[in-house]
Design a protein around this ligand. Structure first.
Ligand code: NAD
Length: 700
C-alpha cells in the first residue's frame, strides 16, 4: 500500500509539510526520503516559508527503533542528512510542535530555523534511557540554542521539559495557547515573512553557547555527579563527550564525533540490553491462548485479608478507579487495617505527595466488611490472608459459594501450590495467582500465576488489570516460589555460603551494588525480615524438600535463632542503632563461629567471585525454569528481575547476560563452579543441551 509519509502542500506561498507515519510519526526511512524530496521540491519552488507539522496526536516520537541493528537499503538518507537538507533551505523553516517531540523529532525541530509549540507540548532527548545518545545533531545544535548547562540536563540526564520551559530556555520561540494550533503556526510563519526574517541555521548560531573554556569547565564539574548517578552506565558519560565536541566551533567535526559515539553505543551491550528489556516487556503481555475479544473491565473488586499486602493491593486498585471491598476476620482487625491505610495516605499528604482530595477520593472507593457475602458482586477477588494452605482453601471454598459466575478468584500467595487452592472451588479455570511484591503500591511487578486449569481468559483479564493499575504483568507457571522468588532463593543461598566461607555481609552487598542492584540481598533480607525465609526453610526441611547432602546455609538459621530478624528487631545482617545499616561486630563473630562449627577455614573472597557465584546461581535457575516451562520466554524472566528485584536496566537481566556470555562459556563456568561449590551449580539441562547443540543462546 502506498501512503504519503510526508504530506506536502503549498498554500499562499507557504510550503506545509506534515509528517504522516501513524501512530507516532516515527522518522523511519520512508519519512526521511519524503522529507529530502520535499526539501528538493521546495528549493525549486516559489515559496516564502516552510512549516513542518506532525499529523495526528503528536509532532513525532523520534527515530524508528525497529530500524536499529538493520542496515537500511543503499541510498536511504540518514536522519542527520535529512535534517541538514531542511536546515540548508533558503527560506525560513518553522517546526510546529504539538503533543510531543522526542529524540530524533526534537533534533529535527532543532534543525529547523524557528519553533512554535502548542502549550503543554513535551520535549526531550531520552536517548540515554535506551543506552545511546542523540545521533542526529542533538548534542551539537541543542547547546548552540540553549547553552551548555541546560543542554547537559536534557542530553545526559534525559530530562523532559514542556513547551513553557522550552520557551524560557530559548528552545521554543513561541508558545501557542489557541485551540487552532495549525492556524497559529501558519500565522507565525507569515509574520516571519512579513518581518523579513530569513533562515536561521542553528548550526551557525554562536549567541547562546558559552565560550569553549567556560563550557568545558562546566562539563568537567558535572562529570563527577553524572558518573555517580550512572552507576557503571556508559551512555550518560559519553553524552558529555559528545557535548564537549560542540565547543570547538567546528560544527562538522562535532557532528562526526557525535556520530562515532552514537554508533559505538548503539551496537554496545548497554543499548542492546535496554532494547531487549523494552521489547521483552511488550512480548510478556502476549498470552497465546487469550480469547480474541478484550477482557471485560473490572469495576468491583474484593480483597480478602487487610494486612500489609491487602492494604497495598486495595490502594492500587482504588487508584485506578476500581471499587474495593476489603474483608477481615473481625471488626478490630478491619478497623486496624483501615486506620493503617489512612495513616499511610495521610503521611503522603503531609509530605506533599498527594492532595487531601486525592486521598479522600481513594478512601471513598475502599470499604470494609467482616462478611464474605459482601463480595457477591465482585468481578475480581484477590486473597491476601495468611500464608497457610488450610486458611486459603477455606477462603476459596467460601468464595466459590458466594461470588458471581465468571468472577476471577486470585491469590497473592508467595509459595503455596495454586492447584490445591483452585481445587477447593468448582471453577479452577477462574483461579490464578496475582503475586504482588511488597510494597504493592510501589513495586511494578505482578506475577500472574497460571495453575494447570487457569484459562487463557483469566490470565488475560489479570494482564489487562496489571496494565490498568500501572504494573508490568508477567505470566508464570505454578512452582514453589514461581519465577522471581525461586531464583532469588538461589541467589541468597549463595550469599549465605559466601558468608560461611569468609565474606562479611557488607562485602556481599557492596559487590552486588557495584554490579548495579539498588541494594544487596542481605540488606534486603533485613528489610523484609529474616524470619520469613527461616519459616520457609523449616517447612521445607520438615517436608523433606531439602537435600541432606547438599550444602545448607546454617548461618541464616543461626542468626534467626538469636532473634536477629533484621530492621524490625534492630539487628539482622547489620545493626540499626540509628536507623541506618551498620556493620556489627557480634554478627561478624556469629558468622565466624558458624564457619568454625562447619570446619571451614575462612578465606579472602573477591568481589568478582561474589558476583560470579550470585549471578550464575540466577542464570542456572532461570534456565531450569525455562526448560520446565514455568517461565515462557527468557525475556519474561528478565522483566521479572527488572521490576521485582531491581536488576540493573543496562545489564538486561540474567537471561540476557547468559546469551551475551554464550552457552559454551556459561556451561564451562557452571561446571567449574559445580566442582568447587556443589550441586547448586549443576548445569540446567537446557544449558547443557543448547551448548551441546552448538547454540550460543538459550532459545533460538
Ligand atoms: P499480614 O499478616 O500483614 O495480613 C494478613 C491479614 O489477613 C491479617 O490482617 C489477617 O487478620 C487476615 N486474615 C487472616 N485470615 C483471614 C480470613 N480467613 N479472612 C479474612 N482475613 C483474614 O500478611 P501479608 O504480609 O499481608 O501477607 C498476605 C499474603 O500475601 C500471604 O499469603 C503472603 O505470603 C503474601 N505475600 C506477602 C508479601 C510480603 O512481603 N508481605 C509479598 C508477597 C506476597
Amino acid at each position: 500500500m502506498m501512503r504519503d509519509s510526508v504530506i506536502f502542500k503549498i498554500e499562499n506561498d507557504i510550503a506545509v509539510l506534515r509528517l504522516c507515519n501513524p501512530p507516532v510519526n516515527a522518522l523511519g526511512a520512508s519519512v526521511r526520503k519524503a522529507l529530502i524530496e520535499a526539501a528538493k521540491a521546495i528549493s525549486g519552488a516559489d515559496v516564502k516559508a516552510v512549516v513542518l507539522f506532525g499529523y495526528g496526536r503528536c509532532f513525532s516520537a523520534g527515530a524508528d527503533i525497529s530500524e536499529f541493528g538493520i542496515e537500511p537499503p543503499a541510498g536511504t538518507p540518514t536522519l542527520p542528512e535529512t535534517i541538514a537538507a531542511i536546515e540548508d533551505l533558503k527560506v525560513p523553516v518553522v517546526a510546529a510542535l504539538h503533543g510531543f517531540a522526542f529524540g530524533g523529532a526534537l533534533e529535527l525541530a532543532v534543525g529547523a530555523h524557528y519553533r512554535i509549540a502548542a502549550a503543554g507540548t513535551k520535549l526531550g532527548l531520552p536517548e540515554v534511557d535506551i543506552g545511546i545518545i542523540p545521533g542526529a545533531g542533538g548534542t551539537q545544535r541543542l547547546p548552540r540554542l540553549i547553552g551548555m548547562k541546560a543542554a547537559v540536563d536534557m542530553v545526559a540526564n534525559g530530562t523532559r521539559i514542556d513547551a513553557a520551559r522550552g520557551h524560557d530556555l530559548g528552545l521554543i520561540d513561541e508558545v501557542s495557547e489557541t485551540d487552532s494550533f495549525e492556524a497559529a503556526a501558519i500565522a507565525y510563519a507569515m509574520h516571519l515573512v512579513a518581518e523579513g526574517a530569513g533562515p536561521r541555521p542553528t548550526s551557525k548560531r554562536e549567541d547562546r553557547l558559552e565560550s569553549a573554556s567556560e563550557a568545558m569547565a562546566l562539563l568537567d564539574e558535572i562529570r563527577t555527579s553524572i558518573a555517580k548517578k550512572a552507576k557503571g552506565r556508559v551512555a550518560p558519560l559519553r553524552a558529555l563527550d559528545a557535548l564537549a565536541a560542540a565547543t570547538g566551533g567546528d560544527f562538522a567535526a562535532g557532528m562526526a564525533t557525535e556520530r562515532a559515539i552514537f554508533l559505538e553505543l548503539r551496537d554496545g551491550t548497554e543499548a542492546r540490553a535496554m532494547r531487549h528489556l523494552f521489547k521483552a516487556e511488550r512480548a510478556a503481555q502476549k498470552i497465546d491462548d487469550a480469547p480474541t475479544e478484550p477482557p471485560a473491565e473490572i469495576h468491583k473488586a474484593g480483597v480478602v485479608g487487610f494486612g500489609t499486602m491487602g492494604q497495598g493491593i486495595a490502594l492500587v486498585l482504588a487508584r485506578a478507579g476500581v471499587q474495593v471491598t476489603a474483608v477481615e476476620i473481625d471488626p478490630a482487625r478491619l478497623e486496624a487495617g483501615l486506620a493503617s491505610l489512612k495513616k499511610g495516605l495521610q503521611d503522603r499528604v503531609d509530605r506533599g505527595r498527594m492532595s487531601p482530595q486525592q486521598m479522600q477520593a481513594e478512601l471513598d472507593l475502599i470499604n470494609g466488611t467482616t462478611a464474605m457475602s459482601g463480595l457477591a458482586e465482585a468481578d475480581l477477588v484477590i486473597e491476601a490472608a495468611l500464608e497457610n494452605m488450610d486458611v486459603k482453601t477455606d477462603i476459596f471454598r467460601s468464595l466459590d459459594g458466594i461470588c458471581k459466575p465468571g468472577a476471577i478468584l486470585a491469590t497473592n500467595t508467595s509459595s503455596l501450590d495454586l492447584d490445591t487452592i483452585a481445587a477447593a472451588t468448582t471453577r479452577p479455570d477462574n483461579v490464578a495467582g496475582a503475586h504482588f511484591f511488597a510494597p504493592a503500591q510501589v513495586m511494578k511487578l505482578l506475577e500472574i500465576v497460571r495453575g494447570s486449569a487457569t484459562s487463557g481468559a483469566t490470565a488475560a483479564a489479570l494482564m489487562a488489570l496489571a496494565k490498568r493499575i500501572g504494573k508490568v504483568g508477567v505470566v508464570v507457571g505454578n512452582a514453589f516460589g514461581f519465577v522471581g522468588n525461586r531464583m532469588y532463593h538461589r541467589y541468597t543461598w549463595q550469599a549465605y555460603f559466601l558468608l560461611q566461607e569468609g565474606a562479611l555481609p557488607s562485602d556481599v552487598d557492596a559487590a552486588m551494588q557495584d554490579f548495579g542492584f539498588p541494594l544487596g540481598c542481605l540488606a534486603v533480607g533485613d528489610i523484609s525480615g529474616l524470619d520469613v525465609a527461616w519459616q520457609v526453610r523449616k517447612a521445607q526441611r520438615a517436608a523433606g524438600d531439602v537435600d541432606p547432602d547438599a550444602p545448607y546455609p546454617v548461618v541464616a538459621d543461626r542468626i534467626c535463632e538469636k532473634g536477629w530478624f533484621g530492621r524490625k528487631t534492630g539487628r539482622g545482617w547489620y545493626s540499626y542503632a540509628d536507623g541506618k545499616p551498620a556493620a556489627d561486630a557480634e554478627v561478624a563473630a556469629l558468622i565466624e563461629a558458624v564457619s568454625a562449627e562447619l570446619g571451614i577455614e575462612r578465606r579472602a573472597i573477591s568481589a568478582d567471585e561474589i558476583r560470579e557465584r550470585c549471578l550464575f546461581a540466577l542464570i542456572n535457575e532461570g534456565a531450569r525454569l525455562l526448560g520446565t516451562g514455568i517461565a515462557v520466554r527468557p525475556g519474561d524472566i528478565d522483566v521479572v528481575w527488572r521490576y521485582g528485584y531491581g536488576f540493573p536496566l543496562w545489564r538486561g537481566g540474567p537471561m540476557f547476560m547468559a546469551d551475551e556470555i554464550g552457552m559454551q562459556d556459561v556451561l564451562a563456568t557452571l561446571q567449574r563452579l559445580e566442582a568447587a561449590y556443589g550441586p547448586a551449580f549443576t548445569p540446567a539441562p537446557l544449558i547443557a543441551a543448547r551448548a551441546a547443540a552448538g547454540k550460543t543462546t538459550l532459545v533460538d
